[in-house]
Design a protein around this ligand. Structure first.
Ligand SMILES: [Zn+2]
Length: 501
């Protein structure tokens, strides 16, 4: 059974998501536009920097003036090769750029230069957290269009983005759940970031996704009619949009109505998809080979040069984390899902040294740290809590200077107020050093026993589970500062003595 489809309501369905998924199987394919992190555009020398004055980064080539000639950016081709290598795809020795014709104000040439029937890269695959494999159909190089900006009274065109290099990565329709769709995108993003070919910034549009969604009755082999959802700009919205679209299509089929093939827009505010236009067929674009560019030839020597400089990829890194740090497959996958997070973890491990195990560090990073990252929207490249400070905190627990409970409180304080001078200084300033002095612990335990004669009598009479009550009372009296293992030991010793006595 698939995960429930929470949080979405179809237009007029009485079906719950679970009931829909019992009867229909979703079929999902994804197209991702990934902006290559080159300094200049794909066919001219204009800067690709985000956030410049509108139309500042333009020239006659990307403005589509007559008589100009495109010149292919070699770095963009190298980045594209790196992607193909990382997903185990076939790199074509010869690929061809084509003109895709359509009219839109943000496309001054009246056509986009892309690769059509002969892309540079075919095949490849990506493995998901669930162990499933998603096959790739192709990836191709193309230029981005500009951007229309709609004001209150007028609309504007900003062509800074026109001609920026992209690779479009097209998957087979191998995905069956909205959760797997989101996981695929997270992994793809993590991959292109670790390859250092794309910054993966969804808000700035450098990693964009369109989803093709259809459903079919369970047991049926033939695919249903699909709709393409555009404008998916966060992982959460991708899941929401696909869930909504599944319920919308199920509702149509349940009422005997056909699903019409069309392009849908997702509206994040209402959580619904709306028809944008009927879906074009490729022949509408009148593709033909770009006459101003030679076919792209990629030789083996060039591929080899890129292969030699590939970094450690997320899957290989996850295997290393399992072996070297002794982590579970799950922890390794979480920690290597982002190269900055992986680097953070290894920096904390190094700082902690022998004071705690790598597993304990992994627990801190995947639970406490990641929770704050998500709640507070921290930037992983520059987190407010440094690896050095988290390492110092874990070391303080490992060396029994503070208890785990105090450590969690301190961590929350660090997250709330910023790093300050670090946990060691905080412990000293707030007098939080753990009590590990046996005689002091014996004093407190004795007082606790004397203050609770009824529970003590019950315990001595055989109610063993009251032991936890005495531990709790002792920790409470000491403000959580006593070494919990020592409290256990002392309590056991004193209670045993009273049982015998
Ligand atoms: Zn230009």
């Amino acid at each position: 059974m698939n995960a429930p489809l929470n949080g979405t309501k179809p237009a007029r369905a009485s079906n719950s998501g679970d009931a829909v998924l019992d009867r229909y199987e979703p079929v999902i394919g994804l197209e991702v536009h990934c902006q290559l992190k080159t300094q200049t555009k794909l066919f001219c020398g204009c800067s690709t920097a985000f956030g410049a004055m509108p139309n500042h980064n333009t020239c006659p080539v990307c403005l589509g003036h007559p008589g100009v000639l495109p010149a292919l950016n070699s770095e963009a081709v190298n980045f594209a090769i790196r992607f193909a290598l990382a997903v185990g795809a076939d790199i074509q020795e010869t690929s061809v750029f084509a003109r895709k014709q359509y009219f839109y104000p943000d496309l001054p040439k009246g056509y986009q230069i892309t690769q059509y029937d002969l892309p540079y890269c075919t095949g490849g695959k990506l493995t998901l957290a669930s162990g499933k494999t998603v096959r790739l159909i192709r990836a191709h190089l193309e230029e981005d269009a500009g951007k229309n900006v709609h004001g209150d009274e007028s609309s504007y065109v900003d062509l800074n983005r026109a001609g920026v290099p992209l690779i479009e990565i097209v998957s087979h329709a191998d995905i069956r759940t909205p959760e797997d769709a989101a996981d695929y995108l997270k992994r793809l993003r993590s991959l292109v970031r670790s390859l250092e070919i794309c910054d993966g910034n969804l808000e700035e549009g450098s990693f964009r996704c369109d989803a093709n969604v259809s459903i079919r009755p369970r047991g049926q082999e033939k695919f249903g009619t699909r709709c393409e959802i555009k404008n998916l700009n966060s992982f959460r919205n991708i899941e929401r949009a696909i869930k909504y679209e599944i319920l919308r299509q199920a509702d149509l089929l349940d009422h005997g109505q056909p699903v019409v093939q069309q392009t849908m827009l997702f509206d994040a505010a209402s959580g619904k998809t709306h028809p944008m236009r009927s879906k074009e067929e490729s022949h509408d674009y009148r593709y033909f080979p770009e006459p101003d560019l030679l076919p792209l030839r990629i030789d083996e020597a060039r591929i080899q040069r890129q292969r030699e400089t590939l970094p450690e990829l997320p899957e290989a890194m996850a295997r290393r984390f399992e072996e070297k740090h002794g982590l579970s497959a799950y922890d390794a996958a979480v920690l290597t899902s982002d190269k900055d997070l992986a680097g953070f973890y290894e920096a904390v491990v190094k700082r902690v040294g022998s004071a705690a195990t790598e597993k304990i560090v992994a627990n801190w990073v995947t639970s406490e740290y990641l929770r704050e990252v998500n709640n507070r929207n921290w930037d992983l490249t520059n987190p407010p809590i440094t690896a050095d400070h988290l390492g110092e905190l874990i070391e303080l627990i490992g060396k029994s200077v503070i208890s785990g409970r105090i450590a969690k409180t301190l961590f929350e304080e660090m997250a709330e107020k910023g790093p300050g001078k670090g946990p060691k200084a905080m412990v000293e300033a707030q007098g939080l050093i753990q009590v590990s002095d046996t005689s002091e612990i014996r004093n407190v335990v004795t007082k606790v026993l004397d203050a609770n004669p009824e529970q003590l009598a019950d315990y001595l009479g055989g109610r063993d589970k009251l032991f936890g009550f005495f531990v709790g009372q002792t920790m409470k009296v000491s403000g959580g500062k006593m070494n919990p293992q020592m409290v256990n030991d002392v309590l056991k010793e004193l209670l045993d003595a009273r049982r015998k006595g």
